[in-house]
Design a protein around this ligand. Structure first.
Ligand code: 13P
Length: 257
């Protein structure tokens, strides 16, 4: 059974005081949300404050990236032991903003992923095509290539610890969500690729989130798609009111697909 995941990627937003306020509002509003797992990914500087507020609750703390080395002369980087120490249980890898603005490649995502698989952290691995790639019509190939590179060397058993996030770059921060049908087509393609590579059973169990301009208004239709197992939310997770409405996307839902 794939329990849905609603994850908020705060990106480069929120001071410690703002993070405390947002976490405590989400904590209070999500107390009865048992139909899904809720993940919060604040910036590094607010991890400690967020961890304090959500300790002992159903909220899961994640970081937005991590380096593959455990320590050393890597100015500006953060290690896996540091994230574990800060209270993180998960980490986002390969977000398109890391790929586009900071030179992240499938190979560097794979290095991070391999290090994370040896740790207590569970990864959310992001993939997705640009507008040019979508318009050129070869987006399935682009996504297959990203999957092959990012997941290289992974075993079927390890795959079960991974959450994938399909985030079409053209839908991020643009207000232009992929329609539920467009997203479902890609999610099904991803599951098909995973099935060939890791076997049907492993592919059936992996959660695949959609990300890109998720709002309280469009989450119900996205979640109705058979291969969409949750959302990675950007802008709409920065206010408790909208994030909580997304978490409670369907009061009749009892979770799992
Ligand atoms: P928006 O929801 O702001 O489009 O961002 C999506 C995203 O990049 C989440 O990781």
């Amino acid at each position: 059974m794939r329990i849905p995941v609603i994850a908020g990627n705060w990106k480069m937003h929120k001071t410690n005081a703002e993070a405390r306020a947002l976490c405590s509002d989400i904590r209070d509003g999500a107390r009865n949300a048992t139909h899904c797992r809720i993940v919060l990914a604040p910036p590094y500087t607010a991890l400690g404050a967020a961890a304090e507020v959500i300790r002992g609750t159903n909220l899961i703390l994640a970081a937005q990236n991590v380096h593959w080395e455990p320590k050393g002369a890597f100015t500006g980087e953060i290690s896996i032991p540091m994230l574990e120490d800060a209270g993180c249980c998960m980490v986002i890898l390969g977000h398109s903003e890391r790929r586009q603005c900071f030179g992240e490649t499938d190979q560097t995502v794979n290095r991070r992923l391999r290090a994370v698989m040896k740790s207590s952290l569970d990864p959310i691995v992001c993939i997705g095509e640009t507008l040019g790639q979508r318009e050129a019509g070869n987006y399935q190939e682009v996504i297959s290539q990203q999957l092959a590179g990012s997941l290289d060397g992974l075993t079927g058993r390890e795959l079960l610890r991974i959450i994938l996030a399909y985030e079409p770059v053209w839908a991020i921060g643009t207000g232009r969500t992929a329609s539920p049908q467009v997203a479902q087509e890609v999610h099904l393609g991803i599951r098909g690729w995973l099935s060939e590579k890791f076997g049907a059973e492993a592919a059936r169990q992996v959660r695949i989130l959609y990300g890109g301009s998720i709002k309280p208004e469009n989450i119900p239709d996205l979640m109705r798609q058979p291969d969409i197992d949750g959302g990675l939310v950007g802008g709409a997770c920065l206010e408790a009111e909208s994030f909580l409405r997304i978490i409670h996307y369907d009061s009749r839902s009892t979770g799992g697909k």
